[in-house]
Every structure is written in C-alpha cells, then in structure tokens.
Design a protein around this ligand. Structure first.
Ligand SMILES: Cc1cc2nc3c(=O)[nH]c(=O)nc-3n(C[C@H](O)[C@H](O)[C@H](O)COP(=O)(O)OP(=O)(O)OC[C@H]3O[C@@H](n4cnc5c(N)ncnc54)[C@H](O)[C@@H]3O)c2cc1C
Length: 380
C-alpha cells in the first residue's frame, strides 16, 4: 500500500520540506511505496523578506515570487488548491475545488494570516509592508513624504519576523537622512509591551540605537482604533498619537481551519516544541509560523524545522522510531540602516547576542536573499 504524506502550504517551510523528502525518500517514492503531495492555494511561492525593501524602492515585489512548479522536485505531486476542511479522526481533508483526499501523515505549513480588520479604521488609515499590495502602496506614500510624522505601530504578537519593525524604522531613519529630509520628519515606534522587542536581549540592544537616531518610542502601546480622517491612532492604555503616515504591523492569526479542526487557538497549532507533532491529533505535524513553539515566526525557523520533520517522517515511513528534534534554532540578519546590519542566532537554551552592525552583514543579508531560491529547492 502506498503511504500518502500531505503537506499543506507551499511557502518556505512546506517547500523546503517536500524537496528534502523528495531527496530523502527518493527510493520509496520511485518504488511507489510513498507518495508526497504539496498543496498550496496559489501557483507562486512567495519570499516575503523582499517586501522590507519594496517601500524604499530597493526591490520589486516580483523579486519575491517564483512559480512553485519551478521550485518543487518532480517526485512531488503539486496541487494548486485550498484546503478548506480537515478531519483528523478520519485522516481526510477537503479541497476548495470539492475533491477530498485521505492522508497517512499530514504536515501543516500554512503560515500567518493578516487580520487588520481587528482594529477599527486600520484598513483605510494604515499602511503595511507585510503583504505584496501593502508594500507597493507604502512605496508610493514613502517616496512622496517630505515632512510630517511617520508612526510605525506593532499591533499584537506573534507576528512574522519580529526584527522587521526595528529594521523598518532604522532604514527609514537612514533613508530620509540620506535624502536630506530627516529634520522635517519625526519617527515614532510603538510596541505593545514595556520594551521595544519581545526578546529582552534584542530590546536592550536596539533601544540605545533608537535613542541615538531620534526615533521616539512608545512602549506598552496596544493600538485600539485608527481615525483616518483625523489622522490619529489611539491605544487601549489611553494614549493618542497624531500621524501623517501610519505604518502598522497588523494583527496576525493562523488559518481558521486549524481552530475548526481543534488543533489550537487563533489558528496556531499546539505542538511539542521539540518533535513538532501536534498535541491534539495523531500523525499530524506543524512547522513554521503555524506551529506554536514560542520561537519567532521566521523563515529560518521554518527552514530548520522542515529539516527536522523530513528526518522524522523518513524514520516513520521506514518503521524506525523518529529521533530528530528541533532545538529552537533561529537565525536572523537585522538591517540597522540602508547599508549596515546586525546578526542574531539563538535557540531554546542560548539567548541572542546581536553582532555589531557592519556593511559586511548587510551584504550577507542581501546575498542570502538572492541565494534563497536555492534554499527553497533544498540545495542549500
Ligand atoms: C516583511 C517581512 C520580512 C521578513 N523578513 C524575514 C527575514 O529577514 N528572515 C526570516 O527568517 N524571516 C523573515 N520573514 C518571515 C518569513 O517570511 C515567514 O516567517 C515565513 O515565510 C514562514 O514560513 P511558513 O512556511 O511557515 O509560511 P509561509 O511562507 O507564509 O507559507 C504558507 C503557505 O501556505 C499557504 N496556505 C495557507 N493556507 C492554506 C490552505 N488552507 N490551503 C493551501 N495553502 C494554504 C499560503 O498561501 C502560503 O503559500 C519576514 C516576513 C515579512 C512579512
């Protein structure tokens, strides 16, 4: 009997995983003992880190898009469809197109969903660079901004790439300075807890840099409403900020399907943080943003977790106990301006210690972004 592995989500985690499986289980797939299906709700693979550069006119949205068919190994069945129903008892899922399919092992790699509608006024009053359309619209606003107040508000956690809001204000500061406009532009950064980043070590490192650059900070600021007419953002704590340009990191959720299937709250799958197995169902793994491990929602995390899940699945298919585990490894380059970056690496046991910013690290980040397409193919 052919064992069917279904991977839902063809983003970073899902794509790296299936290419790893194609390599690892080549013999079993060729013999017809194993079939691997990747389901994604669109034909393209999206590399989201490119969006950070779009508002500053340093990248085009298309730089972050490639057809999945070009990235996924021929041994994988690629299905462009949306999974709309999941029954983990019967081990079946249903596609939007109507068909239903059984699985022996399931991996959810469905990423994050933006929920700007949770904040009244945000959809019309705010901009973002956490979507392709948002980053493109923000570019127009930023290019035409010559004076006024730019507010970047992080609204709720977890959100994708915890470093990206810091990167944005550091880059905006530098970009406006280079163009001789910074004196006429105030920049304010708001964060929901009592420091500028969720991780205390990164917060401690970033705060003095923000002070040096005259980036105003409002901590313990949980955005509640936006008034686009008046140009104001108010917080649950009772603060009010006037803005000329509001850039938000909108609230994030997982997908509804996860909650409907009883796998976790707010669309995030409850998992064992070492094995990445779902706690509420048999034969289900989750990885990347959708897996509630407590580590950042980052592509590097999805990449490392994909390697662990691939090794576990290969062991299980071969009837051996799965021993591979995820140690919380996270790696991230952090832009500190238009031509300098820092670097952090940490795991469940070892906290981050940001490297001194340098041009070399900035170029390393850009080089990684270019070579990402090899990573997605499983070649790096
Ligand atoms: C502006 C920005 C900058 C970033 N910079 C960095 C960075 O520098 N470094 C870093 O490590 N990370 C960065 N990230 C974060 C990184 O992009 C994400 O953490 C990463 O993409 C998560 O991978 P994933 O596989 O979990 O989800 P995704 O890559 O989001 O993929 C999920 C896929 O699942 C599909 N899907 C969802 N639901 C269904 C369904 N029901 N049926 C079928 N398909 C479905 C989606 O369409 C999508 O293709 C950044 C993110 C943003 C927004």
């Amino acid at each position: 009997m052919t064992e069917h592995i279904v991977v839902v989500g063809g983003g970073t985690g899902g794509t790296v995983l299936v290419n790893n499986l194609a390599d690892r289980l080549a013999r079993e797939i060729d013999a017809g003992d194993v079939r691997v299906t990747l389901v994604n709700d669109g034909p393209d693979h999206i590399y989201k880190p490119v969006w950070l550069y779009v508002p500053f006119d340093e990248s085009e949205p298309e730089d972050g898009r490639r057809p999945l068919s070009q990235l996924v190994d021929d041994r994988i069945d690629l299905r462009i469809d949306r999974v709309v129903d999941l029954d983990t008892e019967a081990q079946r899922l249903r596609y939007e197109s109507g068909a239903s399919v059984g699985y022996d092992r399931l991996v959810l790699a469905t990423g994050s969903t933006l929920a700007p509608d949770e904040i009244p006024g945000l959809e019309t009053g705010g901009h973002d660079y956490y979507s392709e359309a948002g980053a493109t619209a923000l570019r127009d606003e930023l290019i035409s901004m010559t004076e006024g107040h730019l507010v970047l508000s992080v609204i709720g956690t977890p959100h994708m790439c915890p470093a990206a809001p810091l990167e944005f204000v550091f880059m905006a500061d530098d970009w406006f300075r280079e163009r001789g406009l910074r004196e006429g532009i105030d920049i304010t950064y708001t964060y929901p807890i009592q420091r500028v980043h969720g991780n205390p070590h990164i917060a401690e490192w970033a705060r003095p840099l923000m002070d040096e650059r005259d980036i105003d900070v409002e901590t313990f600021f949980n955005a509640e409403t936006v008034d686009p007419e008046a140009g104001t953002l108010t917080s649950m704590e009772g603060a009010e900020l006037d803005y000329d340009l509001l850039v938000s990191i909108p609230p994030h959720r997982g997908i509804d399907l996860v909650e409907e299937a009883g796998l976790g709250d707010d669309g995030w799958v409850d998992v064992d943080k070492h094995t990445l197995e779902a706690t509420a169902a048999e034969n289900v793994y989750a990885l990347g943003d959708t897996a509630a491990t407590g580590v950042p929602n980052a592509g590097s995390v999805a990449h490392y977790q994909a390697g662990v899940v691939a090794r576990r699945l290969a062991s299980e298919v071969r009837g051996r106990p799965a021993t591979a585990t995820y140690d919380g490894k996270t790696l991230c380059f952090v832009e500190t301006g238009m031509d300098a970056a820092s670097f952090v690496e940490f795991d469940y046991e070892n906290p981050p210690s940001p490297a001194p910013p340098s041009q070399k690290l900035h170029w390393s980040k850009l080089a990684y972004n270019e070579s990402y397409w090899l990573t997605a193919r499983g070649l790096l």
